[in-house]
Design a binder for this molecule. Structure first.
Ligand code: ZN
Length: 495
């Protein structure tokens, strides 16, 4: 089954922060999961590079906008390489095929009579790159950027968004465009139902850094319209439309659930199938902001912890879709507790016992231990699957950690060090059960912690294939005579 996932394309006005990392890692976890279950998955990410704000920042730096965009775009791309994000395409809105697709898209809208020329009068925040209503301002300023919006009055082309109100409401109500979590769906619906839907300006006359309107090159295409079309550009190349899932933070919900589906319907295309909106991070309980100096740099995080630790921490801490707090204290507590003491310790204890009591060779016993609950493993698989299908990343991890705890308890209950002296048959059964649990864990963890998954598999003497689940969920896959490898602790405790 085809599964096309997108992250937003990130605006190149600034370097990547933890919010960008969070969305993109969610995409990567899903890609690895869908590969495992045999889907034909495609992940799109990239950068949004046009608009007045980019031109302004570039000018301050004394360079051309494209040169500036090149620099920041490269930072994003290299960051995703460091976190081993498996994207299929990194799109830039300055890519030639995108510029062509945008021009074609707008031409279609015009041919279908959804575009007209008018006069735009209003307030424009360059920080948001969007028009503001008086009611959205606080003390006359954009609350997100703390700047007074510019008064604009200029000829502009408009998209007849107002015509799509009832269609959009219907689409969202019946989940043909599924918006998750439910609170975000209700937010969009109440916006649509609460007021007249106004037509939107889709061009700017005095912004040179953009894609020219195909029929009037005095205008460039409004950066948001240009950016939204990126998903369609990438899909066209591989025949992937409609998108199965757009991932995003809540600030860009309205663009994706109102303007974007309307634009698509207008040219006779399908809207995206679903949108998932995640929350924001606070840092040590405070809003992340440059002025507070608490912006978390994903590059710097990697100097302190391996990427797998960061990946799993971000998704285990709180539900995807809710706001949550990030702190280095919590990260360290998580590392020493759940990674070092629970997961790492389990793997190390079991492999050490196989090494010490069985010369490092797994024996597959004929008998079973009736006290060992194999059902716990199959239950973990079904919880893992339903959680990942529903983007409940933290629930998937909770299920995995319940299995880790069960296995640690099974060691304590059976005391293999005692069996080593008295009952070698029972010992073989207990150690086999434990190594099988660890093998299952390595695959269950794969979407979240790919490096750890592959390291555990190596130590178990098996090769981890990332693309197919097939028989791996069965019990008893580890073969008799498999040689394990004992090595350093996976997560050495930190003081
Ligand atoms: Zn603003």
């Amino acid at each position: 089954m085809k599964y096309f996932i997108t992250t937003p394309i990130y605006y190149v006005n600034d370097a990547p922060h933890i919010g960008h990392l969070y969305t993109t890692l969610a995409g990567d976890i899903l890609v690895r999961y869908h590969k495992l279950i045999g889907d034909d998955v495609y992940l799109l990410t990239g950068t949004d590079e046009h608009g007045a704000k980019i031109a302004e920042v570039a000018e301050k730096k004394g360079i051309e906008p494209k040169e500036f965009a090149d620099q920041i775009s490269a930072q994003f791309k290299s960051l995703w390489a460091k976190y081993d994000v498996k994207f299929d395409r990194f799109i830039r809105t300055t890519d030639a095929d995108h510029e062509i697709t945008v021009a074609e898209f707008l031409t279609k809208l015009k041919e279908k009579d959804f575009i007209y020329k008018g006069e735009y009068k209003g307030l424009y925040c360059r920080g948001c790159e969007s028009y503001k209503k008086q009611s959205e301002l606080v003390d006359g300023k954009c609350p997100d950027h703390n700047r007074v919006p510019e008064e604009l009055s200029e000829p502009a082309y408009f998209f007849k968004l107002s015509q799509f109100k009832s269609q959009l409401i219907e689409l969202i109500k019946c989940n043909a465009l599924l918006i998750q979590p439910e609170i975000r769906k209700n937010e969009v619906l109440s916006f649509l139902q609460g007021q007249e839907l106004e037509d939107v300006a889709i061009s700017r006359q005095n912004v040179a850094w953009g894609i020219p309107l195909p029929w009037d090159n005095k205008h460039t295409i409004y950066v948001w319209v240009d950016a939204l079309i990126n998903y369609y550009t990438a899909a066209k190349e591989k025949n992937l439309w409609p998108a199965d899932l757009h991932l995003m933070a809540k600030d860009i919900l309205r663009f994706h659930c109102v303007i974007w589906p309307a634009m698509l319907i207008a040219i006779g295309e399908k809207p995206p199938k679903s949108v998932f909106v995640h929350g924001y991070f606070t840092i040590d309980g405070q809003k992340m902001s440059k002025s507070l100096g608490n912006v978390v740099d994903p590059d710097k995080l990697l100097e302190q912890y391996p990427r797998d630790v960061i990946r799993v921490f971000l998704f285990k801490a709180f539900p995807f879709g809710s706001d949550g707090d990030f702190s280095f204290d919590l990260l360290k507590e998580f590392y020493n507790g759940q990674l070092a003491n629970e997961l790492g310790n389990l793997v190390q204890r079991v492999l050490t016992m196989v090494k010490n009591y069985q010369n490092g060779v797994i024996t597959k016993p004929k008998d079973i231990d009736p006290t060992f609950e194999i059902d716990k493993v199959s239950e973990t698989w079904s919880l893992w699957k339903s959680s990942l299908d529903n983007l409940q990343f933290e629930l998937g991890l909770k299920a995995i950690w319940a299995l880790i705890k069960y296995a640690n308890q099974y060691i304590d209950d059976n005391k293999p060090w005692g069996l080593a002296k008295s009952d070698s048959e029972k010992l073989a059964i207990v150690l086999y059960n434990l190594t099988e649990v660890i093998r299952h864990l390595s695959i269950l963890l794969l979407p979240y912690m790919p490096d750890t998954a592959s390291e555990i598999s190596n130590r178990l003497g098996i090769k981890l294939q990332e693309d197919l689940l097939v028989d791996k969920q069965n019990w008893g896959v580890l073969k008799d005579g498999t040689k394990i490898e004992l090595s350093e602790a996976l997560f050495p405790r930190r003081g």
